[in-house]
Design a protein around this ligand. Structure first.
Ligand code: MRU
Length: 349
């Protein structure tokens, strides 16, 4: 498998070859490949890779699913491809044919994600027009990275902003830098710049004063897992934005494919939030392309031995979410019943 190594962006566009499942697991853990929809696609291709290599496919799916705990898409992609492989074997297919079935399933998942991305972008654009009438153009704030780097298509939240830009209704994209791994500064700014979008970076701490100044019309974020009650796990820092948005009467919009909805997780307290290494917080990268906390020689910004609290995600309760935008449509207000209906619609396709 060949991946674009996201730890080296924006300084270098470097390919990373993962010839086996353990190397893919490492790439997932170090965030060389990341973002919920892309993790689903990578999980699917990873299982297909194991199948092609004649390895234990169930074990590969298990290893991949456990590489990171929060993004539900990872397990979804890995399990889905493993299921098709097993069905082929059980119906008498030889290893080569079953591996071809697994690869075809991974490709199908990849294509479905690209199509979902296009539909979410349109639903999101329509919703923005409805929520923010007036001709001045939208000033949108986003967090983390949710563009083409994390998807088979243009992404989730970023895809909505990109479509707004292409239709002439994006006035400003505010990009949170997204401490500690800087997905906003390194990746969203990279994507926004390549697409000619009007954007400015801000430190995560600056969002409050931006809201207070009346400079944010809507917040657009993605999700790593949406529980059955509509609680949203996304990159740490999303929840404070939701609180700010509520206080300032600004719509807080979550854009995610239905594959990110996990009806088996009842509520936000049941979502496992990944805790990452303290060095991601106590060190910063000395130069672009060297990931902090990865043993890559980050520059210390805290005394030796300093402990750190470093959850990768936080949970936003449904009452703070104005709408969830999926490829099957929009739910607003966010309720468990509405989510279940959307998911039922997607499983009928
Ligand atoms: O730790 P990461 O970089 O994988 O976290 C990614 C996010 O939190 C994204 O916002 C989320 O996966 C949605 S991507 C469409």
């Amino acid at each position: 498998m060949v991946l674009l190594d996201q730890t080296r962006l924006p300084a270098e566009e470097t390919e990373l070859v993962c010839a086996d499942v353990p190397s893919l697991v490492r790439a997932i853990r170090t965030l060389a490949v990341r973002g919920a929809p892309l993790l689903g696609i990578a999980g699917g291709y990873g299982v297909a890779l194991a199948a092609v290599r004649g390895e234990d496919v169930a074990q590969a799916a298990d290893l991949l699913e456990r590489a990171r705990p929060t993004a539900v898409n990872l397990g979804y992609g890995a399990r889905r491809v493993a299921r098709e492989y097993r069905a082929a074997v059980e119906s008498g297919a030889g290893q080569e044919v079953a591996a071809a079935v697994a690869l075809a399933e991974a490709r199908a998942l990849h294509e479905e994600d690209a199509a979902a991305s296009g539909r979410m972008a349109q639903y999101g654009l329509d919703l923005l027009a409805e929520l923010l009438p007036g001709g001045g153009g939208h000033r949108l704030l986003t967090h983390c990275n949710t563009g083409a780097l994390v998807s088979g298509g243009a992404g989730t939240a970023f895809a909505v902003a990109l479509r707004a830009h292409r239709e002439g209704s994006l006035r400003q994209l505010w990009v949170d830098e997204t401490r500690p791994l800087l997905q906003g500064a390194r990746l969203t700014a990279y994507e926004a710049g390549r697409n000619g979008m009007p954007y400015s970076l801000l430190t995560d701490n600056a969002a409050g004063s931006l809201f207070a100044a009346g400079e944010v019309d809507a917040v657009l974020i993605g999700a790593d897992r949406i529980a059955a009650d509509g609680s949203v796990a996304n990159k740490v820092g999303s929840y404070p934005l939701a609180v700010l948005a509520k206080y300032h009467h600004v719509p807080f919009l979550v854009v995610a494919p239905t594959t990110t909805v996990d009806l088996e997780t009842m509520d936000g307290t049941s979502i496992v939030v990944e805790q990452r290494s303290a060095t991601e917080v106590t060190e910063i990268t000395p130069k672009p392309g060297v990931p902090a906390g990865g043993g890559g020689g980050g520059m210390a910004v805290a005394p030796p031995g300093a402990k750190a609290y470093n959850p990768a995600f936080d949970i936003t309760p449904p009452e703070l979410v104005t709408a969830i935008i999926t490829e099957e449509g929009v739910i607003s207000p966010v309720t468990g019943v509405g989510l279940a209906e959307l998911c039922a619609r997607s499983s009928q396709v």
